[in-house]
Design a protein. Sequence first.
Lengths: 302, 686
Amino acid sequence: MEQHAIPGARFVDPKVLGRIGNLEILARTVVEGFINGLHRAPYFGASIDFAEHRGYVAGDDIRRVDWRLYARTDRYYVKQYEADTNTNLSVLLDISRSMSFASRGIPKLEYASYVGACLAYLAQRQRDRVGMITFDNDLVDHVPPSAKHFNVVLHTLDRAKAARPGNLAVPLNKMAEHFKRRGILVLLSDFYEEPDAILDAIKPLKFIGNDLIVFHVLDQAEIDFGFEDASSFEDLESGEQIPVVPESLRAEYRSMIKAHIEALTTKFSDHRIDYTLLNTAEPLDRALFSYLSSRERLMRVR
Amino acid sequence: MSFLTPFFLLGLGAIAVPVLVHLIQRERKRVIEFPSLMFVRRIPYQSVRRRRIRHWALLLLRAAAIALIVAAFARPFLPQSAAANAVTGGAREVVILLDQSASMGYGDHWSRAQDAARTVVRGLGADDKATLVLFARNAEENMRATADRSRLEAAINAAAVSSGATRYGPALKLGESILSRSSLKRREAVLISDFQKSGWSGSDDARFAEGMTLTTVSVASKDTANLSVPSVSFARSTFSGQERVTVTAGLSNKGDQPLTDVPVTLTVDGHEIETGRATVAPHASSSIGFTQFTLASANVRGVVKAGSDPMPADNSFYFALTPGEAVSVVIVNGTDRADDSLFLSKALAIGTTPTFKVDVTSTSRAASGTFDKRAVVVLNDTIFPPAGAGGVLKRFVERGGGLLVIAGDRTTWPSNETELLPGKLGAAVDRTSGRSGSLGFLDYSHPIFEVFKAPRSGDFSAAHVFRYRALQPNPGDRVIARFDDGAVAALEKTVGAGRVIVWTSPLDDTFTDIAVKPIFLPLVHQLARYVAHYEPATSWYTVGQVLDLTARAKARSDRIVVTPSGERQNRISAGEGAEGLLELEEQGIYEVRSAVASGGRPEAIAVNLDPAESDLTALDPNELVATVTGHASQAQAQSATEPQEMTREESERRQGLWWYLLLLGLAILAAETMIANHLSRKEKFL
């Protein structure tokens, strides 16, 4: 693979970005950015857009007292503005061992890294703060969201190695405690757990109003189980081996993975979490385009 | 079956391969890594199934195919003899020699022996013939050569332990004669016994010819404990005209453990006299005495029983006692002086076994009736009594009476009694000058002198003889003693059923001092017993002895014999050859009574086991086999009987079994492939 001056720059495929550049990333409900007026910040702040008045309490900055209103009412009121600001985009990347799987093309982890890098790049272009967290059965790397951390994020993505078994509940719970500020969270994983367990693990991320975007990354072989020869199948995470005749097992497997995806779709939808299935066999730009299109469409509906 | 290249059989270990592959191998060489087997695992077939065998038929087919192919490479062939037998049928002549001696009654020996015999019978082929020979002291064909197994088994079941002693010689001889008569090629004898050492002398002339085999089946137990009563002795005494008997029983312990406090009971005529306690050390003997009891009548039956053990038969000892009868003796002196026969009559009067009833008379007083109902007549230095002349005395002797002639100066030898009196009587010979005479030769083989045979059992040379009557023996007379000068000292002649003995010197203190020598008393008793045909009453016999009822018959009448088991046997009047003989085959009391007279107490004959049967020491069956067959072991005997075999290669080449095995193995492999393919299509997991 060709090397770039900036580590991780290879993730930013110009072709992909050429298509994504025409799109806008829009936060869902309360997340708003102020760059080009596209985002609206979820917090009140030093902005030019007045929001409301509130009674003065001790400790408030006296510079924010509305003296005109004081003149009219003889009471101290503080003016509050809607803080149009940059938002935080955190890429939560599952680097458990199962993400290293690749049947023909690129491994799932690499594919997910592309997705994460693309999104980070987009966010950076919008002057959003970009951070990232990698996890397996615990937190591995943590890059706090920052406008200057784009390169660090790319570096972290480049460095990520799928080495250990994964578990969603522990690391996501820790993350939920970690996020103090609303933002956009992009979770990339293959979700090899029961749908209910996955949802239970993810729900805390939404507690403080984060906008959660979930990408379910699967290899084509994981979806269609297109193996031919009878072989021993080894679980990448547990190491367990089961001798399998794929031909006999395929139909049942397909129906089960389909049921799994449908269950995830339903449950995420119920909890207003954006869920997208990414097939590593499909082009990366198409996946992003498909997602961002759906986001835009949703925004219009609102 | 043998193999030309048995080394290839190591390949049978390959049978384990399919099993191990089935059970142990849990992964294929090709392993596909998969992110998660979460869904694969959910499909309702557990990987655990790999660890157990699901297709037994398939496994067996594989194992069979491997075994057959390996066997084919090992080049199997049937040995020549087996092959020949397979063709000819290999009919056998089998003789089952089943020991039924008393010792087989020990523990479960007999049932095991029967089982072994039945096993032999069940192993008979369709063309085989078997003969059952039951043996103890003697052997008899119980079932003649037959192929009927059910009859043989019935005969074995019906057989029982006898009281006989063990003797292998007759059985082996009978077995050999049966086999030698057989026309069948394979001739086998199977000897089933406890192999008592006492039953085999090694010198028994039993030899099997070449081609006959002897197989032994031993039912002997390793550790045998056996208490027996091998003998009983009686001390008799007379009190108030009645005989009293003190019984002393001998006990023998053949076991390794001491026996303590063993109850020993004496029972007489059904009444328990006494129970004593005895202790017997291992491999030792001991004795126990009982209280004296009065022997009031004849044929008193007794039994001594000691303890209990796995062989109860020899724990009992039977006996029958009868009070002794006095031997009636009449001494005829040459004069009326009472002291003429003082020494003689006194010597006889103190006899106990038997007691002698002595009457003394003189030639002048003797009448023809004097000799009636006498057992012995002693002519003590007297002329031939007129009362005995005319054949009276001769007839008395011919009927079984005893005549003892003590030749002295007065003794005469009538010419008409030469048929009665032995030899020709000559003049008196004086040995007064010089050295006196003495007894120089005694025929110790004669019953009279037999008791003096052992050293220090009587010094006849100590008696001095100064005068004796010369006696010239006739042909047929037996000189039983001579003086030191060669003259006859004692001469015997048998007349009819009776005996006549002439002693040529006086048996008192005239012309000899023999009457004051220690040998006098026993000599006189021996002379009287012998001429009186005295036989001490036998209190018991041993199984196997033959009794001559003729000698015991007091009346010529038919007799009924009741055996201890209750069987009645009618015996025609005694004296008619074998009809008068009774073989004692059972332990216990035989009763012999007259078929005519129903009253009175029957004669009792006590019979006991041979004491040798109590010694269960076993002999090595191989020793017996080696002696009988002439081969060190049965295997050698077998090989000696076999004809020259073909070489192994030749045998194998003629048979070529491996072709069939190989083809069968390959066919099974083909079938296995088809079945395995069919099954694998249905499998979701390997």
